[in-house]
Design a protein around this ligand. Structure first.
Ligand code: GAL
Length: 988
């Protein structure tokens, strides 16, 4: 590379040349020419393959193909074969040698051309060309005139086109390089995708910029509005609702009786800037003040508790190019799931997303387009964050972040970026932001030890014990007491926790309890919002669709399905993790105690009282509704708890249910739903709920009149059951053909078993102990006058440890032979020095079928595990085996129904009844555990003609170990002597 090199901008550290200074994104009534649509496109393999004369207006590009702008070029052709390059996924590693600022000469480069007309009357002499997102570096010519070049993929670049734009036909030529020095600053954990992926436009130039300062004083109820305007002509401000009509927007204008903006009541006042030249700029003003008070994060004088998510921009077909509809879907889904905050990990989002956050109400941590994580494996050697040569690039990114988004009331925190180590350039960026905007706080996790340039103590993936210590202000000291004192005065946030990869995350309730117990803890953001799976089709004649992850495009280095760690599946279907999170972070906590006839409502909102909710009660007897009604809940202010007057009709319903003595459990459920439509959900949408048990399950009747086991030729009969005389396996119950049940301790490892951020993955120890290849060896089959005893040992080849198991089968006689219940008492005794927990402990069996209706009484309707079960409510649920499968992108253990009391699995061959004594975990799948574990994608799973039933005494917890802690101690399934019981029956 020499100074004369026309491509020097690709590798130099400069953030760009010829760009206009950054400014706010805003709407205006001045004309704009949208340049989205089809452009001519050619993908060059590198700098040695560029098209000569490409930028010349007369260049003939008619043979080039058309490519949509905006788009990521690697996503073209999907879900079939990608036409231009291919997506590549790495978490930390750069997919090229780390030799900053150099990038490979083999550097895919998109050549884009587009003609457009400038209509009569368009002010061509005062206009800008705007790119809202180009990944990663580009150079632009208009009518053959080079306007400049730019970097900063997720940041806006504007060029002055007054000297180049002309009325009539214009030709725009843009060269986009996949790799550039900027790539070193954009090592976010996501797919590497390139191109003009956000909108392009030409806009008339009028008001240059403005900064709305709208503060709220909670002690007086006053708002103070001041708008700093940069414009070539005079500009006035009007906010009719507030009676403001001012020649001087800067005011300050002090207004009484302001309704402040918050996530819960995102009050926006409509205003307008009007320039002397006639330009009108609509404003949406939200008054709010963010502050740290006594170490607590506050807004408008009230503590803020962030129930947040980290959001990457993702769509399975278009990558990081999103429509406004998709953005709206995200915002609505967040609001509908009680989420009140979003961190725009790890770059500023499409500007329209922030408009939606303002409108519907989400606290935003707006993050800079910055990550240099790939320097960590090299011990942070040559990390740009601390290299003066990169200072300008850092400041440029900070400036463009703040300037574009500074007018959004939803943005309460600027985040410098993510995982970029520490260094002077970060400190300088923070200092610049502080000077420019002292109304917001500054966040950056990488500086957590000293917190030298941030306002929040931010951590990721710490466990609950450490979080509680942070909450108490007792986190581990550093070598510098001054740092410690400074840090301990700051509010703390979990910028990432609850890694939502695969089945899980577990333990969210524990985190939330700790967060709510300590005012210092301002809450956190789950990692992350959506799985970045890419929609693909298999190559077969009848293709199957599936979601691709790292490695599926033949990448040399990649991080597999670590890219699929969201609360939403790629098609935006909520995962069980999101359903759980909604319950865990419900902003109104209801406590129901039927025994003492008490219902408490605790309002955890920031500032909204409970008046917008309707409360209802329902009583169910064995799952059948036997009464319901409304509850009059006194309007409960934010932060307060009220006790609700117990209604007479509820007492009557409970008394009736008790008297009815149905022999079933009776439950009271109280729900809080929207009383009226909100912008983000309709009236009736459920916000919170709680249950209390009114009548406990009846105790299992003591066995009486047990029937004898009768030995036949090759089989043993016990009442309606038949067993294989040699293996002791149950082969038939009534008319139903069965196989099993046998002790089973293996589960298809979940991502949290297979990966570990700290230490050895759990599954490694399981594999070493041979838990995935345990053999069931029958030692004895002994019929007797009151039942059948089968003894066996489950052990792995080469291992001296085993699980000794005794199955005791009995049948109680009842007056009706077809109601006979087959009872299995299983006692498991570990033999040898067991040092590993068990993945699961239960029995597995199968019956013929490819699908079945499943009905159960117990928690549901969704998947639940011991450390992820807050969202499951006790009742009667119906589903099918197909619908009970949770289609994780990488197949793994899923779909458990927790603490089932009784279930009926109905196949064409008959119905198998299962009764827990008192409860049992139930999983049913149309494939085996082995097949599930072996599958890399959903389409690898093929129904094998049997329904595989798992009846588990317990599971090992899910935890969040793929990136974070494993299950907490109470959720570890230790190998200890265990007895459990399950009963079987049939019905036609
Ligand atoms: C964090 C990082 C995220 C993501 C996550 C794991 O360390 O900030 O970008 O990589 O880990 O999924």
């Amino acid at each position: 590379m020499t100074d004369l090199d026309p491509h020097a901008y690709v590798e130099d550290r400069s953030p760009g040349t010829g760009r206009l200074r950054p400014r706010a994104a805003f709407a205006t009534d001045l004309p704009t020419i949208a340049l989205d649509g089809d452009w001519r496109f050619r993908l060059a393999s590198g700098l040695d393959d560029l098209t000569a004369d490409f930028a010349a207006p007369e260049f003939d590009d008619s043979a080039w193909e058309l490519l949509a702008v905006p788009s990521c070029w690697q996503m073209t052709g999907l879900p079939g074969e990608p036409r231009h390059g291919a997506p590549a996924y790495t978490n930390i590693l750069y997919p090229f040698p780390v030799d900053p600022p150099r990038v490979p000469r083999e550097n895919p480069t998109g050549e884009y051309r587009r003609e457009f007309d400038v209509p009569d009357g368009f002010p061509a002499s005062a206009a800008v060309l705007r790119f809202e997102g180009v990944d990663s570096a580009f150079v632009v010519w208009l009518n053959g005139i080079r306007l400049g070049d730019g970097k900063g993929s997720r940041l806006t670049s504007e060029f002055d086109v007054s000297a180049a734009l002309r009325p009539g036909r214009n030709v725009l030529a843009v060269r986009v390089h996949q790799w550039s020095s900027g790539s070193y600053l954009e090592d976010q954990d996501m797919w590497w995708l390139s191109g003009i992926f956000r909108s392009v436009s030409v806009a008339a130039r009028g008001v240059e910029d403005f900064f709305v300062h709208a503060a709220y004083d909670h002690t007086t109820g006053q708002g103070t509005l001041s708008v700093d305007v940069a414009a070539p002509t005079r500009v006035s401000l009007s906010v009719p609702e507030l009676g403001i009509s001012a020649a001087d927007p800067a005011g300050p204008h002090v207004i009484d009786g302001i309704e402040p903006w918050s996530d819960e009541q995102p009050r926006l006042y409509a205003g307008e800037l009007l320039s002397e030249a006639g330009e009108r700029i609509p404003l949406r003003i939200g008054f709010r003040t963010v502050a740290v008070v006594d170490g607590v994060l506050t807004a408008n004088g009230r503590p803020v508790s962030l129930r947040g998510v980290n959001r990457h921009e993702w769509h399975p077909l278009t990558g990081r190019t999103l429509t406004e509809d998709t953005m709206l879907t995200d915002v609505l889904l967040m609001k509908q799931h009680n989420i009140n905050a979003v961190r725009t990990s790890h770059y500023p989002p499409d500007r329209r997303f922030l408009d939606l956050c303002d409108e519907h109400g989400l606290w935003v941590f707006c993050e800079g387009d910055l990550e240099t994580h790939g320097f960590e494996p090299g011990g942070w050697r040559r990390n740009p964050s601390d290299d003066p040569a990169w200072r300008e690039a850092y400041l440029d990114r900070a400036e463009r972040l703040v300037e574009r988004d500074k007018n959004h009331p939803s943005v309460i925190v600027w985040s410098l970026g993510n995982e970029a180590g520490t260094g002077a350039n970060l400190a300088a960026s923070a200092a610049w932001i502080r000077r420019r905007d002292d109304s917001r706080l500054i966040h950056y996790e990488g500086d957590w030890a000293s917190c030298a340039y941030v306002d929040l103590y931010s951590r990721m993936y710490i466990g609950v014990a450490e979080l509680a210590a942070v909450g108490r202000g007792q986190e581990a000291p550093t070598a510098d007491p001054a740092d410690d004192a400074h840090r301990r005065a700051l509010p703390a946030v979990l910028c990432e926790y609850g890694h939502a990869m695969g089945t899980g995350p577990g333990g969210l309730s524990e985190y939330q309890q700790v967060i709510e117990a300590h005012p210092r803890l301002a809450g956190g953001f789950i990692w992350e919002w959506i799985d970045h799976g890419i929609a693909r089709l298999t190559g077969q004649e009848e293709p199957h669709s599936f979601y691709a992850y790292g490695g599926d495009f033949g990448e040399e280095v990649h991080d597999g399905n670590f890219v699929a760690d969201g609360l939403l599946f790629p098609d935006r279907t909520p995962s069980p993790g999101l359903v759980e999170y909604k319950k865990v972070v419900e902003p109104v906590r209801i406590r129901v105690d039927p025994a003492t006839r008490r219902i408490d409502v605790h309002n955890l909102h920031h500032s909204r009282d409970s008046g917008y909710l309707d409360f209802r009660w329902t009583v169910e007897d064995g799952g059948d509704p036997v009464g319901s009604g409304g509850l009059t809940v006194p309007v409960t202010p934010a932060g307060a708890t009220t006790t609700v007057a117990w209604p007479a009709d509820l007492t009557a319903a409970l008394d009736a249910a008790r008297k009815n003595d149905s022999g079933h459990e009776v439950w009271l459920t109280v729900t809080a739903v929207l009383a009226a439509d909100e912008t983000w959900a309709g009236a009736g949408h459920e916000i919170a709920w709680s249950q209390g048990q009114v009548v406990a399950p009846p105790a299992s009747p003591a066995p009486f009149a047990l029937v004898p086991a009768i030995v036949h030729d090759g089989f043993i009969a016990l009442g309606p059951a038949r067993f294989d005389a040699r293996s002791g396996a149950l082969t038939r119950l009534g008319d139903l053909e069965l196989d099993g049940p046998r002790l089973d301790v293996w589960r298809a490892p979940i991502d949290n078993d297979l990966l570990s951020a700290f230490g050895e993955p759990q599954a490694d120890a399981w594999f070493a102990a041979g838990l995935h290849r345990m053999r069931h060896d029958v030692l004895g089959v002994e019929p007797d006058a009151s039942g059948l005893t089968v003894t066996a040992r489950l052990a792995a080849a080469g291992s001296s440890c085993g699980l000794d198991v005794v199955y005791r089968w009995t049948v109680c006689e009842t007056p009706h032979a077809d109601q006979a219940r087959l009872r299995l008492d299983t006692v498991v005794t570990p033999d040898g020095p067991w040092s590993v927990p068990l993945p699961r402990l239960g029995v597995a069996m199968s019956l013929p079928g490819t699908d079945a209706d499943v009905e159960w009484f117990g928690p549901g309707p969704g998947e639940a595990y011991r450390d992820s079960r807050a969202a499951a409510r006790v009742g009667r649920h119906r589903s099918t085996v197909s619908a009970m499968q949770v289609t994780q992108i990488r197949p793994q253990e899923n779909g458990n129904r927790h603490h089932v009391r009784r279930a009926a699995v109905t196949t064409p061959g008959g119905t198998l009844l299962i009764t827990g004594a008192p409860v049992i975990d139930l999983t049913v799948r149309p494939w085996s555990t082995e097949a599930l574990a072996a599958a890399a994608h959903q389409h690898d799973l093929v129904r094998d003609g049997r329904l595989h039933l798992h009846l588990d005494h317990a599971h090992h917890g899910l935890g969040s170990a793929a990136c974070g802690p494993g299950p907490s101690a109470p959720d570890v399934l230790a190998a200890v002597t265990t007895a459990f019981t399950v009963e079987f029956g049939t019905s036609r």
